[in-house]
Design a protein around this ligand. Structure first.
Ligand SMILES: NC(=O)c1ccc[n+]([C@@H]2O[C@H](COP(=O)([O-])OP(=O)(O)OC[C@H]3O[C@@H](n4cnc5c(N)ncnc54)[C@H](O)[C@@H]3O)[C@@H](O)[C@H]2O)c1
Length: 264
């Protein structure tokens, strides 16, 4: 359990779902972790739980829509543990009620999602990079989504914002690779986090599963393990990439699930 031993990691949105899983797995693999979240109580519970297990963890309030708050979370991490090696830029918002098709969507929601989903990634990197340079490099991991790669009937802002995260990942990787700072993204398909479960009916979940190549849904740890890999030196020759963790939902001809069913 030492794949990221000695590293210091800041995880945004670490109180729940994918961020919680990544924070837990990073701590289990030896990193000191700062859990940053809008839900401070939740972040404190995660950190306290990890400390009880003998891991190093602290919590801090973060509002990822505020530049100053992101700067403070980065500075807190360095003040607490002396350095920053890993930044998991994980906060991202979606809104099924207001983020609709391009004619019907709420334009204020477009701005809000772009601000939180894209600008917070830029700002996290902007504030972390000088500290990473001080310690001879680091790893930035951004949470994109499979929505970056396909059109859909709604969620125009979400998908576009996540496509921007994929592209921004390449820019950061290109600009700071010579400083030994790597930047990669993860693109989850549907992952059954508490938030996803709360928003989806059983029939919607069944529809998603039908179009997976694998016969089950993704769990937060399926993404958390990938974050540990990208944070560790095991991925030292990998930068600018987006790891797709999606159960084969997007790999086949769209009609293939229906043809497979016809053959049975
Ligand atoms: N769950 C999925 O199916 C799925 C699929 C693709 C991509 N993603 C992406 O994964 C990331 C995490 O999603 P999740 O499903 O784990 O969500 P989640 O709702 O379980 O967790 C998100 C965490 O972020 C925190 N948060 C929200 N807004 C914040 C803000 N402005 N500032 C600070 N913290 C804030 C919440 O309090 C929560 O703890 C997001 O970027 C999301 O877009 C999720």
């Amino acid at each position: 359990m030492t794949r990221v031993a000695g590293k210091v990691a800041l995880v945004t949105g670490g109180a729940s779902g994918i961020g919680l899983s990544a924070a837990t797995l990073l701590a289990e693999e030896g990193a000191a972790v700062v859990v940053a979240d809008y839900n401070l109580q939740g972040a404190e519970e995660v950190a306290a739980d990890l400390r009880k297990q003998g891991k190093q963890a602290k919590a801090i309030f973060l509002d990822a829509s505020e530049s100053e708050s992101i700067q403070q979370a980065v500075a807190f991490t360095v003040a607490t543990y002396g350095k920053l090696n890993v930044l998991f830029n994980n906060v991202g918002l979606t809104n099924l009620q207001k983020d609709l098709d391009v004619v019907a969507m709420d334009l204020a929601e477009w701005d809000r999602l772009m601000n939180v989903n894209v600008k917070s990634v830029l700002l996290g990197a902007r504030y972390a990079i000088p500290y990473m340079k001080q310690v001879g490099g680091g790893s930035i991991i951004n949470t994109a989504s499979m929505s970056a790669f396909a059109g859909d009937s709604i969620r125009s802002a979400y998908g576009t914002s996540k496509a921007a995260v994929v592209q921004l990942t390449k820019y950061i990787a290109t600009q700071y690779g010579k400083d030994l700072i790597r930047c990669n993204a993860i693109a989850p398909g549907l992952i059954l986090t508490p938030a996803a479960k709360a928003n989806m009916s059983p029939s919607l979940l069944a529809t998603f599963e039908k179009y997976n190549a694998l016969p089950y849904h993704g769990e937060a740890a399926d993404v958390g393990h990938a974050v540990v890999y990208l944070a560790s030196d095991e991925s030292k020759f990998m930068t600018g990439q987006t790891l797709q963790i999606e159960g084969g939902h997007y790999i086949g001809n769209p009609t293939s699930p229906d043809f497979l069913a016809m053959q049975q």
